[in-house]
Design a protein around this ligand. Structure first.
Ligand code: NG1
Length: 406
């Protein structure tokens, strides 16, 4: 798959025509992402370090002259959806894929004056609910399609911020990492992303370094049970912040970045230990130590210190397992197997509770690592429905675009 073809089935134009009786005018493409490090930090306004990948969501579309928004989907599990563009849109039942389209449509109607709908055909080569950000790719691609249909200008960071707010319509109190990397990603680079306000720093990836993603076979749908666990982590982090800020007399409004800038990580960790009980203490420790690991990972990439990067991946996984409690037995086993087969380091990526790991390795070790994982992990497990690829190399790729249909 070339990065210019993300998410599109080859016969997309014929299928669009079959669904809507005319030809598509444009194609919007939005990549998924792999977060290299900085997990469960974005909603604390702390930095993350993701790459956009060559897989994503593609939407072939044609503008309409009324408010109707019509969606067909290449995946037969996701049926057709049709609704009207409006500043308030009644959601489908929780878990319905159409809510991601409604999320983007509602925001563009409410905040950017969108008044023209689209006919749209969606296809994706991102495994859903795998921690590779299929949901944000879908929201971003829908948003870009509606923006183009309405001649609404798109500045990547401003639009990322809007799409992050838009996605909360589905009921997940998510941070803004996925939308930002999907819109601003760059080939060959990771982006260090900071929040409030959203800003990016480009980090060149050493040419010897490769990334392999492997699925744990545990599906963790963010619209289902994992949503409550995710939202609970966010609430716990906010409660921990409020208590520590009070204990050290920090001025309101308190934020994680402000506390780290004020005290430095070591003193802040001590304050956390004094002020917090077991669970909140562990959540707080993860947030603060993970932030230090992001900064160190940027330095390791800039100096091409791959062994150091691998050690930081390992430490991140351990913190997510023991302190943040978002791993599971399958993810832990997969991480261990990756290390046995030549990974420099490995960690769960995305929200956790299942989904994928990311392993860092030297380019020449990719095949050995993929084969080892397939043999020692996947060969012993049934394949979850709808997953075509369980282990793959990923490359840092360009962000979302709208182009004229061929
Ligand atoms: P995924 O892996 O897409 O479920 C979620 C959040 C991110 C971030 C990560 C954890 C959404 C759309 N995305 O990612 O903002 O908080 O978890 O680092 O909820």
């Amino acid at each position: 798959l070339r990065s210019t073809k993300i998410g599109l089935t080859p016969d997309v134009e014929a299928r669009f025509a079959a669904a809507f009786g005319r030809a598509p005018r444009f194609v919007a493409r939005a990549p998924g992402r792999v977060n290299l490090i900085g997990e469960h930090t974005d909603y604390n306004d702390l930095p993350v370090l993701p790459i956009a990948i060559e897989r994503g969501v593609g939407i072939a579309f044609a503008p309409r002259e009324d408010l109707r928004v019509r969606f067909a989907n290449a995946d037969p599990r996701f049926g057709e959806r049709e609704f009207e563009l409006a500043p308030e849109i009644e959601p489908y039942p929780p878990g319905d894929w159409g809510n991601y389209a409604k999320a983007a449509a509602r925001l563009l109607a409410a905040e950017r004056g969108a008044r023209l709908g689209i006919d749209a055909f969606v296809s994706s080569d991102l495994p859903p609910a795998a921690g590779l950000s299929s949901s944000a790719a879908l929201v971003v691609a829908c948003g870009l399609a509606l923006a183009r249909a309405n001649s609404i200008p798109v500045d990547p960071l401003d639009f990322a911020d809007a799409m992050a707010r838009a996605e909360r319509y589905v009921g997940t109190a998510s941070g803004g990492m996925d939308q930002a990397i999907s819109l601003a990603g760059e080939r060959g680079r990771a982006l260090k992303i900071d929040f409030a306000p959203l800003r990016i720093e480009r980090v060149e990836l050493p040419s010897r370094l490769a990334f392999v993603v492997a699925h744990s076979t545990v599906v963790a749908p963010k619209s289902g049970a994992a949503r409550d666990a995710y939202n609970a982590r966010r609430t716990e982090c906010a409660a921990a912040l409020a208590r520590v800020a009070r204990a050290i007399g920090a001025p309101a409004p308190a934020s994680y970045p402000a506390l780290i800038a004020r005290c430095g990580a070591p003193r802040l960790l001590e304050a956390g230990e004094r002020a917090l009980d077991l669970t909140l203490g562990r959540r707080f420790r993860h947030a603060v130590t993970e932030t230090a690991r992001v900064e160190r990972a940027v330095a390791a990439l800039r100096t091409a210190d791959l062994a150091r990067l691998g050690a930081l991946f390992d430490a991140s996984h351990e913190s997510l397992r023991a302190d943040f409690e978002v791993s599971c037995a399958e993810l832990d086993e997969l991480v261990a197997i990756a290390r046995e087969h030549g990974a420099l380091g490995a960690r769960l990526t995305g929200a956790g509770f299942g989904g994928c790991i990311v392993a860092a390795c030297c380019s020449e070790d990719v095949a050995r690592l993929c084969d080892g994982i397939a043999r020692d992990f996947h060969a012993r497990r049934p394949l979850p429905a709808g997953l075509d690829t369980l282990v793959m190399e990923v490359h840092a790729s360009d962000g979302a675009r709208v182009v004229e249909a061929a």
